[in-house]
Design a protein around this ligand. Structure first.
Ligand code: GUN
Length: 282
């Protein structure tokens, strides 16, 4: 059997068109501020992609590219200015930050109503308690993909491989909210392969190139690969050994072109949602 391809790029395009229509119907332009500190090449590329996608959707995107030497105080001051700016609906501080800056302190300074990354403790707590408001974009994108492809979630064994704040943990909450039976596996998990073999839905977000092998996959399982790893030969691969796993899985996401475009589409969706909520309350 060869797995059905889960085409994130196409689903993301559908979402982007619908966000653009929502934006066009608003009496104002939602504003998105992206804060990038330093010159990490991957971050520079990601931020450029986010900025461009937002503009194409009609969102007023502004990137603030600050030098790598920016102090914590200067970053907090920048975030305060953006919090107070009524034209800014969404604020995103691109991670990872240079080592001298504290990501927790920085993210906690963002107004939770403008936290389009869903990383502020208020938004994390809302999601954890089953009352989500702004949800991290990558996990939201994964859920949108599963819904789009009508993957049955209720009662399904879902395995989340990875427990990061950005992806693994919010995914657990979202899958629980959809009534899946959720297992979280990570670097200390005993019997990792057996855990994977039980999964009807396997979501890999562990940051290890091609770690998940074909014989880890339950026949006909749905495999979602959140990983994006560059090999020494320059190739981009996920956390899943694609060729092997595609022979066993029922459906699988490619890398690139799977989850990545969904992250961007969900950022745009979050920005419009943040604008609608906040401006309704003003
Ligand atoms: N770096 C990698 N992914 C993300 C993300 O979703 N949000 C932010 N802020 N930084 C990231």
């Amino acid at each position: 059997m060869t797995a059905r391809l889960i085409e994130g790029k196409q689903v993301a395009a559908v979402i982007r068109t619908s966000v653009a229509a929502r934006v066009a119907a608003l009496p104002y332009r939602p504003g998105l501020a992206v804060v990038l500190i330093g010159d990490d090449p991957a971050s520079v590329t990601y931020v450029r992609t986010k900025d461009k996608a937002a503009r194409q959707t009609g969102i007023d995107a502004r990137t603030f590219h600050l030098p790598a030497e920016t102090t914590q105080a200067a970053l907090l001051e920048k975030i305060e200015v953006l919090n107070a700016d009524p034209a800014v609906d969404g604020i995103l501080v691109q991670l990872p930050l240079p080592r001298h800056l504290d990501p927790t302190v920085s993210v906690e300074a963002i107004d939770p109503a403008k936290d389009v990354d869903g990383l502020h403790p208020v938004n994390v707590g809302r999601l954890a308690s089953g009352r989500p408001r702004l949800v991290p974009c990558t996990p939201l994108g994964v859920m949108r993909l599963l819904t789009h492809y009508e993957v049955p979630l209720e009662g399904a064994n879902a395995l989340v491989l990875g427990r990061s704040v950005l992806v693994g943990r919010p995914l657990v909450a979202l899958l629980l909210g959809a009534n899946a039976t959720v297992t979280v596996a990570h670097s200390h998990t005993a019997n990792l392969i057996e855990e994977c073999q039980r999964a009807d839905i396997l979501i890999a977000a562990i940051g290890q190139a091609e770690m998940v092998r074909g014989d880890w996959i339950k026949p006909a399982a749905v495999v979602v690969d959140v990983g994006i790893n560059r090999l020494t030969d320059g190739r981009l691969v996920g956390d899943v050994a694609y060729e092997e796993c595609a022979k066993v899985a029922g459906a699988i996401t490619p890398v690139p072109g799977g989850v990545g475009p969904m992250t961007i589409a969900c950022l745009l969706e979050n920005t419009v949602a943040a604008a609608e909520w906040r401006r309704r309350q003003d």
